[in-house]
Design a protein around this ligand. Structure first.
Ligand code: PGA
Length: 256
């Protein structure tokens, strides 16, 4: 296990279950997963189940340090918004964090930087930790537009945040071409993007907050590649999709 005390930012290993697992399956996962990560103090562990399994996961995670997150949120506290869930509902259900603007939300469900910005602000106001996702598509990378895309997403999604608000977010760099494809960004490619994002943070907020911003890498993270990714000082953890569905695999990533 790395767990190197030299890291100034505590790593976060977060699992994004996407539209997988019923309550029953979630309970089975925790029964197997909890003992495997009971000794892990070198990182924060987060699991983001579908809305319907949040309460079951909060219950199942009791007695551990595993935090439960939602995969999306709406920005209003309540109202005539059929199908949406509000920040205070997530807090009441026991969530500590919420993933915002995952690329699947951006690509399949019309999420924009503007809507992401409203969600980030609402999540912060409710006391949730936003895990804001950014990342370029393959076409954008091949056209040499990676930095331009990341900058637009960064500025748009975090517009009008105070530095103090900014200090409470977690960012996830997830190149779209690496998600669910088995094609991980090399640790160097990921670190380069993280460095760029940290530079934007220093530029838009303060150098101090930029230095403490945790930037997770996401996209085909597996037990086999987590060590190499975490060896990069710029990489502060991982947002894991497919491999977070299996207790043994996700535990191996946590215990990298
Ligand atoms: P993956 O998904 O690990 O299955 O590539 C990552 C994500 O979409 O967060």
């Amino acid at each position: 296990m790395a767990g190197d005390a030299s890291r100034m930012r505590k790593p976060v290993i977060a699992g994004n279950w996407k539209m997988y697992k019923t309550q029953h399956e979630a309970r089975d996962f925790f029964a197997a997963f909890k003992p495997l990560v009971a000794a892990a103090t070198h990182c924060e562990i987060v699991v983001a189940p579908p809305f319907t399994a949040i309460a079951a996961c909060v219950e199942a995670a009791k007695g551990s340090t595993i935090g439960i997150a939602a995969q999306d949120v709406y920005w209003a506290n309540e109202g005539a918004f059929t199908g949406e869930v509000s920040p205070r509902m997530l807090v009441e259900a026991g969530c500590r964090a919420v993933i915002i603007a995952h690329s699947e939300r951006r690509q399949l469900f019309g999420e924009t930087d503007e809507s992401a910005n409203r969600k980030v602000k609402a999540a912060l106001a409710a006391g949730l930790t936003p895990i804001l996702c950014v990342g370029e598509t393959l076409a954008e990378r091949e056209a040499g537009n990676t930095q331009k895309v990341l900058e637009k997403q960064f500025r748009g999604s975090l517009a009008a945040l105070t530095p103090a608000e900014f200090s409470r977010i977690i960012m996830a760099y997830e190149p779209v071409w690496a998600i669910g494809t088995g094609r991980t960004a090399t640790p160097e490619i990921a670190a380069e993007a993280h460095k760029f994002l940290r530079g934007l943070a220093a530029n838009s907020f303060t150098a101090e907050y930029a230095a403490s911003l945790r930037i997770l890498y996401g996209g085909s993270v597996k037990p086999e590649n987590i060590k190499g990714l975490m060896a990069q000082a710029e990489i502060d953890g991982a947002l894991v999709g497919g491999a977070s569905l299996d207790a043994a695999q996700f535990a191996a990533i946590v215990n990298y």
